[in-house]
Design a protein around this ligand. Sequence first.
Ligand code: HEC
Length: 102
Amino acid sequence: MNAKWILLLLALGFAPAALADEAMAKKAGCLACHKVEGKLVGPGFKEIAAKYRGQGDALAKLTEKVRKGGKDAWGPVPMPPNPVDKVADADLRGLVQWILKN
Ligand code: HEC
């Protein structure tokens, strides 16, 4: 495969997939309180990924936490619940998967 094809594949496949998840995070309102890197109101996604790396139950645990909200994992400031009308189940799971890959 030559370089032109690789660039085309990147343009069509990989780059938009990454953007779609960040766009999804924006659409769901997560980016009002989170950045990919560094603390805003809540912890950065890279910091979250580092904290839970290697923990098999992180996806299920964090999906539930984001849905219901909660505090004390990072500090006293709570994350409010993110109801299903704001972010659907499949989208929420995808978002947490993406966060854990940062
Ligand atoms: C109003 C601000 C706010 C919004 C909106 C918000 N978060 Fe949070 N988030 C926080 C805060 C604050 C924490 C830290 C909570 C804690 O210390 O337990 C947090 C923590 C988290 C954590 C780590 C939880 C843990 O137990 O370690 C994840 C994952 C997360 N948020 C994802 C999301 C996603 C995905 C969305 C969008 C659907 C979102 N957040 C929307 C403020 C927010």
